[in-house]
Design a protein around this ligand. Structure first.
Ligand SMILES: NC(=O)C1=CN([C@@H]2O[C@H](COP(=O)(O)OP(=O)(O)OC[C@H]3O[C@@H](n4cnc5c(N)ncnc54)[C@H](O)[C@@H]3O)[C@@H](O)[C@H]2O)C=CC1
Ligand SMILES: O=C([O-])CC(=O)C(=O)O
Length: 317
């Protein structure tokens, strides 16, 4: 049988969805179908055609189409869900829960019917609870339902460390675990620059300032933009995750995974380090945590669990 390009559907053709589609094309990761709701079909087709017309200049081969019909997404290898509303200044991500749970549920019902073998990446906020919503609706195995938070949160944290030391971002390594909220947990002890622990390079008060800025990094962008939330770094994060799966790279990345005992949590979706490869989440990597780190993660887990409870009580899933 002829070898075919991979098919990637991006649901939600707004700021994050359109940027993700373009970045996927730039990396020539597959053919892309951009999906939005009915009244927005023409702008969605327009965005897709505009991107397609960039491919000769960029020098990549990919089909990029826009649609409002899930028939066009049939048998996708990866589906990326960015559908939903974004917060505005003064709102928390959790304020989006009711609206976005309904949207994510309806999107997942369509995906379940049209792409039953897909790996599904979720971005819509509040993303830990939306990953739960997707998992419940899709009924797919847990390795194929993966939320995005930690790649972005870690990227922000690493950006600030690189800025502080005036070194290449390529040499900075770190991990941010927990829920995608202001009590997320950047793990200072597991952060280094070219293998050198950051605690040996940056004074404690400056590390604390970096940790705090990373925790509220999404809100910083929301305040600056004034009418929406971040999309360049979120899109880059989704593409890194999609690439890890499509190329079976077995990257170790922080992702929102379904936990069944790992780190001491049960039946909870939350950000943890995992091996991401051709079979999605292939393994959650458990780290040894100090009592202080575990207490911070417990607090973040409790916040996530309370939003998941809101979803459970509001939707019949
Ligand atoms: N997990 C994370 O790290 C991040 C999450 N987000 C979240 O991603 C979501 C999208 O953000 P943006 O792209 O900036 O918003 P946006 O408003 O630019 O785009 C959202 C798109 O979803 C579409 N949509 C709504 N209902 C739909 C449905 N049923 N089917 C298909 N499409 C539908 C809208 O028409 C709109 O085009 C928000 O919930 C935001 O909070 C954004 C950045 C980072
Ligand atoms: O802050 C928001 O609402 C969007 C988001 O999740 C992020 O940029 O981290």
């Amino acid at each position: 049988m002829a070898i075919k390009r991979k098919k990637i559907s991006v649901v939600g053709a707004g700021f994050t969805g359109a940027t993700t589609a373009l970045m996927l094309a730039q990396k020539e990761l597959g053919d892309i179908v951009l999906v939005d709701i009915e009244p927005l079909e023409n702008p969605t087709k327009g965005k897709a055609l505009d991107m397609l017309e960039a491919t000769p200049v960029i020098g990549v081969d990919a089909s990029i189409t826009g649609t409002s019909s899930y028939e066009d997404t049939k048998d996708s290898d990866i589906v990326i869900i960015t559908a939903g509303v974004a917060r505005k200044p003064g709102m928390s991500r959790d304020d989006l829960v009711h609206t976005n749970a309904g949207i994510v549920k309806s999107v997942c019902e369509q995906i379940k019917a049209t792409s039953p073998n897909a790996y599904v990446l979720i971005l819509s906020n509040p993303v830990d609870a939306m990953t739960f919503t997707a998992y419940q609706t899709l009924g797919f195995p847990k390795n194929r339902v993966i939320g995005q938070s930690g790649v972005l949160d870690t990227a922000r944290y690493c950006t600030f460390i690189a800025q502080e030391l005036n070194v290449s971002v390529e040499d900075v390594r770190g991990f941010v675990l927990g829920g995608h909220g202001d009590d997320m947990v950047p793990l200072v002890r597991y952060s280094n620059v070219a293998g050198i622990p950051i605690e040996k390079l940056i004074p404690a008060d400056r590390i604390e300032a970096i940790v705090q800025r990373a925790r509220v990094g999404g809100g910083e962008i929301v305040s600056l933009l004034g009418n929406g939330s971040a999309y360049y770094a979120p899109a880059a994060s989704l593409v890194q995750m999609a690439e890890a799966i499509l190329k079976d790279k077995k990257r170790i990345l922080p992702v929102i995974a379904y936990l069944e005992g790992e780190f001491g949590y049960n039946q909870l979706f939350m950000g943890v380090p995992a091996i991401l490869g051709g079979d999605g989440i292939e393994k959650v990597i458990e780290l040894e945590l100090t009592a202080e780190e575990k207490a911070a993660l417990d607090q973040s887990a409790a916040s996530v669990a309370s939003v998941i409870e809101v979803v459970k009580s509001g939707l019949s899933i």
